[in-house]
Design a protein around this ligand. Structure first.
Ligand code: ZN
Length: 199
């Protein structure tokens, strides 16, 4: 198998940025507020899908809502490596070979790998659906408009946190979602913003 290196020539030290409250709310409320990593617990953290330490971006594009246990367990791995490390490390109890049936009855190591391959592709489709929700421009604009004035997210259980804002604003967020996150700016404001962007 060919070996390739994706390491940049000169790795630069990067600093994490702080997140605005509207950005955290946008991520944490996606997927109906549940952890994106298939566990159905409540999301309390934002996970860098491609870990920040591995060059993953700090943009909303690279963030998913995650529960604390999943975020902690995933650590510095992308979801594929994490999934394989978590579920493909089976004990063959002294009777395994390349072609003997695996613990799940699959045809050898190849069959076992193929099963995981399908599961991982399905899991990635689900993650991409949550990422698409977060990227939705109308949804982002809605959170920006309504929560920009709250400034920076100081983290869970602080007075200035996305967690508390989400709690207080649950009804209005639900209503906006049902209405498809209508443009919060008036037509005049919108024309001015678009004109400014175009100019
Ligand atoms: Zn989880």
């Amino acid at each position: 198998m060919p070996r390739r290196s994706f390491l940049p020539d000169e790795p630069k030290k990067r600093r994490r940025r702080r997140f605005m409250i509207w950005e955290s709310m946008c991520v944490l409320s996606a997927n109906d507020g549940q952890c994106a990593y298939w566990c159905s617990r409540k999301a309390e953290t934002m996970d860098h899908v491609i870990p920040f330490a591995n060059g993953g971006s700090d943009d909303l594009d690279n963030l998913l809502p995650a529960c604390r246990p999943c975020n902690y367990e995933k650590q510095g791995r992308d979801p594929v490596r994490w999934y394989i490390a978590k579920y493909m490390n089976e004990d063959w109890h002294g009777r395994g070979s390349l072609t003997s049936p695996g613990p799940g009855g699959e045809a050898g190591l190849r069959g076992r790998y193929l099963t995981f391959h399908e599961e991982i592709l399905e899991g990635l489709d689900e993650l991409e659906a949550v990422a698409a929700e977060i990227r939705n421009p109308a949804r982002q604009a809605w959170f920006l408009y309504h929560f920009f004035h709250h400034k920076y997210d100081l983290g869970a259980r602080n007075f200035f946190s996305a967690e508390l804002c989400l709690h207080w604003s649950k009804d209005s967020i639900d209503k906006a979602r049902e209405a498809g996150f209508p443009d919060p700016w008036s037509p005049e404001e919108r024309a001015r913003i678009d004109g400014h962007r175009a100019g």
